[in-house]
Ligand binder design. Structure first.
Ligand SMILES: O=C(O)C(=O)Cc1ccccc1
Length: 332
């Protein structure tokens, strides 16, 4: 990729013959679309809405698009399983960039409907989890109808969007979505700021097929998945030791079932640092020796751009001094 082909973030793999194609969890108005607009210049790319996270990632794998933007972690709800499981299942995808998006929700309703008349509410499961307390306090009897995204849930309120039976009453009364969707659709806002935890943020990642890593910036993050062998006592301790002895801080670690049977788990880990840094490369090389199933899922700049603290004994310079000393002895 040449600099001229590189969009704003420098993160998107682009097709020299044309504009990069970018899939995202759609339709228009999702939080994922807001994330995409922060990661790349939307005017320089073709945006392709996908109906689910797996669909967006499958389009990348199949080469139908260059990259996809998907949610990966929420400060209230934790990891987004659909994303962690999909990207962690192979080394076919690589995270190239991340961004944090503040999340605030509104409740939009069917035109003419009062808040007290709302019975059925649609939204994405992650949004529902973040407004449960508000719902309990204001609409305790509301039924939840899951939608593929917040914007898709809101669109159920627009009769013209329902191809099945355009004349029929909407299947839901209200939807939880971003304020932007109310503006885009003209749907009336019944309540705003309905999130249970003010200041919640969601982390989104830009994912593409494997390629050259972004240059180290000193403020990077690396994501790996480590399936645990079931006959390896102390495996988790060994994994953590590799990072601890090299002064590598972890910013996320969670276990996900592999689907191969009860008790079979893979650890999804974010660590501070870039694979090109000695301590990170050494830790991952050591992990690979003991756990050949380890998957590298990307080294990329941290959203906050905050420099990683590297203890003095594990800087690249410290590694060089150590290696020089050994070489000097062997050369005697
Ligand atoms: O449904 C959306 O708008 C998304 O982008 C997924 C999501 C849902 C709730 C919080 C953050 C992201």
């Amino acid at each position: 990729m040449t600099p001229a082909e590189t969009p704003r973030s420098g993160a998107v793999g682009s097709d020299p013959a044309g504009r990069p194609r970018l899939a995202f969890l759609g339709p228009e108005g999702t939080f994922t679309e807001a994330a995409l607009r922060r990661l790349v210049d939307p005017a320089a790319a073709d945006l392709v809405p996908a109906s689910s996270v797996p669909a967006a990632l499958a389009a990348v794998r199949a080469g139908e698009v260059d990259s996809a933007v998907v949610p990966i972690e929420n400060s209230v709800e934790g990891g987004v399983s659909a994303t962690l499981d999909d990207i962690g299942s192979s080394e076919e995808l690589q995270i190239r960039a991340e961004v944090l998006v503040p999340i605030s929700f509104v409740l939009v309703g069917r035109p003419g409907l009062a808040l007290a008349d709302v019975r059925r509410v649609s939204t994405h499961t992650h949004a529902w989890a973040q407004v449960r307390g508000w719902m309990h306090a204001h609409l305790p009897d509301a039924e939840f109808t899951p939608a593929s995204s917040t914007a898709a849930g809101a669109r159920l309120l627009l009769p013209a969007e329902r191809a099945d039976d355009a004349g029929a009453a909407p299947v839901v009364d209200a939807a939880v979505c971003a304020p932007l969707v109310a503006e885009q659709t003209g749907l009336p806002v019944l309540a705003e700021g309905i999130e249970d935890v003010p200041g919640a943020v969601t982390r989104f990642v830009l994912v593409s097929r494997p390629g050259p890593l972004p240059e180290p910036t000193g403020a990077d993050k690396t994501t790996v998945a480590v399936p645990l062998p079931h006959d390896h006592p102390g495996a988790l301790r060994e994994i953590l030791d590799q990072f601890a002895t090299r002064g590598i801080n972890l910013s996320r670690i969670e276990s996900r079932p592999t689907g191969e049977g009860m008790g079979r788990y893979s650890f999804s880990i974010d660590l501070e640092g870039h694979l090109a840094e000695e301590r990170v490369g050494a830790a991952l090389a050591a992990l690979r020796r003991s756990f050949p199933g380890v998957r590298f899922l990307g080294s990329y700049p941290r959203a906050e751009r905050r420099a990683v603290h590297v203890p003095p004994h594990v800087t690249d310079e410290a590694y060089r001094r150590g290696a020089d000393w050994v070489r000097g002895i062997l050369a005697r």
